[in-house]
Write a protein that binds this ligand. Structure first.
Ligand code: HPA
Length: 262
């Protein structure tokens, strides 16, 4: 199977995007696109969750050369938090220096409801694991004080303003999944300072920082946290509401890439 470098045939993206469910639109906005299914890329996720396509789209988005990853591998699929490591390493190898990660998440703030977009400016790793466990040398002691890059955050906030789209910001708390949280866990998460909860992204952010990439990340809010409305949560709800927030996030991303990321 070809490596990413072989598949890209000399094309050198500067930015990678990992798209969560309902955000496939960003991949469609890529110009001069070359699409490679993960199944044809050595080291890329070979499984898949319903609602996620598994393909890489390389091309241009605004002022940037990008590699858009539609679909990610989650910790809850097999218990391997480092599942995206090989893919991220290959992206860094072909020239990627910035990662934009997106996900769907439950909101802990009633005012930031389904359809809203939240910029992640910090996280809480509540999974009990870490993708760098087992890494042998001192490079594993990665500082996460500025995990979410200040200049990138500014670029995207300016884009949201230009698009006149509300972009909240907050702390994302990573639960392993695949179950949704209990109401008690949601109350705990709130007390601990989280603004949104979800089952992805944090391991990729840790790996990306380990590899020296600058990171920005966004949550598309699909629901309020368990127990906040009385309704049961479901994956169907996630798939239904993801695209609403997804369209907003897509507009913010396209505007930011058109202007050029700092
Ligand atoms: N919890 C965890 N993950 C999620 C949620 C949630 O409420 N909504 C979408 N992904």
């Amino acid at each position: 199977m070809p490596s990413l470098k072989q598949a890209l045939d000399g094309f050198s993206p500067d930015t990678a995007l990992i798209l969560g469910s309902g955000l496939g639109g960003v991949a469609k906005a890529v110009r001069n696109a070359k699409t490679v299914p993960y199944g044809e890329l050595d080291g890329f996720p070979q499984g898949g969750v319903s609602g996620h396509a598994g393909a890489l789209v390389a091309g241009e988005l605004g002022k940037h050369k990008v590699a858009v990853l539609s679909g990610r591998e989650h910790y809850y699929e097999h218990g391997n938090a480092a599942a995206m490591r090989n893919a991220l390493e290959q992206l860094a190898q072909v020239g990627v220096t910035k990662l934009v990660a997106t996900n769907s998440a439950g909101s802990l703030r009633k005012k930031v409801g389904p359809g809203a977009v939240m910029q992640i400016n910090d996280h809480i790793n509540f999974s009990g694991t870490n993708p760098l466990i087992g890494e042998q040398d001192d490079s594993r002691f990665v500082g996460l004080t500025s995990a979410y890059d200040f200049d990138l955050i500014k670029s995207f906030r300016r884009a949201a303003k230009r698009e006149d789209i509300a972009l909240s910001k907050g702390t994302y708390m990573w639960f392993s999944g695949p179950t949704f949280e209990t109401p008690a866990e949601i109350r705990m998460a709130k007390m601990m300072g989280a603004d949104a909860v979800g089952m992805s992204t944090v391991p990729e952010v840790i790996l990306a920082r380990f590899l020296g990439l600058r990171v920005a990340a966004f949550s598309c809010i699909t629901n309020l946290g368990a127990g906040m409305t009385g309704d049961e949560l479901s994956h169907e709800e996630t798939k239904e509401n993801g695209p609403k927030a997804g369209l907003r996030l897509q507009a913010i991303l396209e505007n930011a890439f058109a202007k050029g990321l700092k």
